[in-house]
Design a binder for this molecule. Structure first.
Ligand SMILES: NC(=O)c1ccc[n+]([C@@H]2O[C@H](COP(=O)([O-])OP(=O)(O)OC[C@H]3O[C@@H](n4cnc5c(N)ncnc54)[C@H](O)[C@@H]3O)[C@@H](O)[C@H]2O)c1
Ligand SMILES: O=C[C@H](O)CS(=O)(=O)O
Length: 475
């Protein structure tokens, strides 16, 4: 018997007509089933959110208390949640445990931010003829937030949507990725235990083309917060017209290894940050630009460090690289690598696949128009490109349509700051790779990597409206 999970609508555990199997991404066998939301369920979730938003205007302090409680409950339930992520996403257990700790942090930071939401004084009295006026702004919630999340961080990327939305005083309808819906449902249980009023948080599960589409077209949703591929992000933008939108999309993250880099530091870091969660992190290192002067030494140390990674069963607490989200995705990565090799790239490591497990792979002698370089691979694959001149290297880096995060390894501060000003990304790391994030920082990309920032303080700014209030005083 498969364990059964219900939808969370208006504070009720809701059973519908159809179910969806949730697959263990390592064994490839179903281990749970979840009820799928039909049109009426999605409609009810949105109307419950709208009603709850109007009925329950929680004070900022109450929002703080609720979110803080959820943060504590996440830690209390850490092991169960981590194992759920390992099963439904195939994420290695040690990385899943880290995700729960980060998710709890995201809730805690959002809780604190709930107490700091404020507008500002506006000196209208300085304008001629307005001497008898006073003005200030207040921050008001937007109303109903529609949140759509990807498969790769079933807790923390949900947390980055839901916690700031509640902190700002909104109601939320969440559609998690249908490959990884269980963690979001378990989060709803924790919200219920923390005492969130019915309807302020709803979870509907189903495919993007049904549930996601219906949400996109509903006029009762005032703001969409979406994390996923650029393709679906664009569709959302085209469909939702003038609605507010936060888009956190893809990347093919660049990291530069300068001639003055600490090569050992760079090699060890990139070996970790290119392959964690099988490269399925939106800021996974993908394109590594190595100065010719350090190329041979860097390559030797990188390959050595990668060979030390443990690949295989994600339930083993020692595993670094587990399966990809499904075999089809692993086959796609294999095809892209093969296509590069057929066109002259050299395979330095990996390239082979066992079902959904794709071995850590490194290619070199790649060209800019190969898919392993110019598209988002979202797999455990790194491409090495060498350069002589930093400006030419940065030009190549910037040829990408994406711009989420990037990095440089160098001991030369001038080089570091020069690159930080020139590389077109939302976040740039010096002596670290693209894959550095702590949850309180502003996070979001430029170009096709999206628009709007996450990080509780920054999401709250997006999820509130700034309203001007002017007083006309007696002379
Ligand atoms: N920038 C970031 O912070 C960030 C973080 C994580 C993942 N990502 C990106 O996400 C992608 C991988 O995740 P994914 O495969 O789950 O992405 P995806 O775009 O396939 O799906 C994301 C979500 O959108 C939904 N969806 C799909 N079609 C839809 C439609 N027509 N209407 C509405 N919703 C729809 C999916 O069901 C899922 O919930 C990668 O491109 C990765 O870079 C970006
Ligand atoms: O997949 C992309 C995530 O935003 C990366 S992180 O887990 O938030 O660091």
């Amino acid at each position: 018997m498969l364990e059964e999970f219900k939808l969370f609508i208006n504070g009720q555990w809701t059973q519908t007509g159809e179910t969806l199997d949730v697959i263990d991404k390592y064994t490839q066998k179903p281990f749970a089933k979840v009820y799928k939301a039909g049109e009426k369920d999605v409609d009810r979730a949105i109307s419950s959110a709208e009603t709850a938003y109007k009925k329950h205007q929680l004070t900022p302090y109450k929002r703080y208390q609720l979110l803080k409680k959820v943060s504590e409950l996440l830690i209390q339930n850490k092991e169960d949640l981590a194992q759920t992520i390992t099963k439904e996403a195939g994420k290695p257990l040690k990385q899943a445990r880290t995700e729960i700790e980060r998710g709890a942090q995201t809730f805690e930071v959002a809780a604190e931010e709930a107490k700091r939401i404020s507008g500002e004084g506006i000196p209208v009295e300085a304008a001629p003829g307005s001497e008898n006026r006073m003005a200030f702004t207040i921050k008001v919630p937007v109303g109903v937030v529609g949140a759509i999340s990807p498969f790769n961080f079933p807790l923390n990327l949900v947390a980055h949507k839901v916690a700031p939305a509640i902190a700002a005083g909104n109601a939320v309808v969440l559609k998690p990725a249908s490959a990884t819906p269980l963690t979001a449902i378990k989060l709803a249980k924790l919200f219920q235990e923390a005492g969130l009023p019915d309807g302020l948080f709803n979870v509907v599960v189903g495919s993007g083309s049904t549930v996601g589409n219906q949400m996109m077209e509903d006029s009762r949703i005032q703001l969409y917060t979406f994390t996923g591929s650029a393709k679906i992000g664009l569709k959302l933008k085209q469909t939702t017209g003038l609605k507010k939108l936060i888009l956190e999309l893809g990347n093919n993250s660049p990291v530069i290894v300068d001639k003055e880099a600490d090569v050992e530091q760079a090699a060890n870091n990139i070996a970790q940050k290119g392959f964690a969660f099988a490269g399925q992190v939106c800021i996974s290192v993908q394109r590594v630009y190595v100065h010719e002067a350090v190329k041979d030494e860097f390559q030797k140390q990188l390959l050595q460090a990668i060979k030390e990674l443990k690949v295989g069963d994600p339930n083993d607490p020692e595993t670094d690289v587990g399966p990809m989200i499904d075999e089809q995705e692993a086959r796609r990565a294999e095809d892209w690598v093969k296509e590069a090799v057929d066109n002259g790239a050299e395979l330095l490591l990996g390239g082979n696949r066992q079902g959904p497990v794709f071995q850590p792979t490194v290619v070199t002698n790649v060209k800019n128009d190969m898919r392993v370089v110019c598209e988002e691979i979202f797999a455990p694959v790194i491409s090495l490109l060498d350069y002589q001149d930093l400006d030419e290297c940065i030009d190549q880096v910037n040829q990408s349509p994406y711009g989420l995060q990037g990095g440089i390894f160098t001991k030369n501060l001038d080089t570091a700051f020069y690159a930080a000003r020139k590389v077109q990304v939302g976040g740039f790391m010096i002596n670290d790779s693209s894959q550095y994030r702590v949850d309180l920082m502003p996070y979001g990309g430029v170009k096709d990597s999206g628009s709007g920032k996450e990080g509780p303080k920054y999401s709250i700014a997006e999820m509130t409206e700034e309203r001007l209030v002017v007083l006309n005083l007696k002379d």
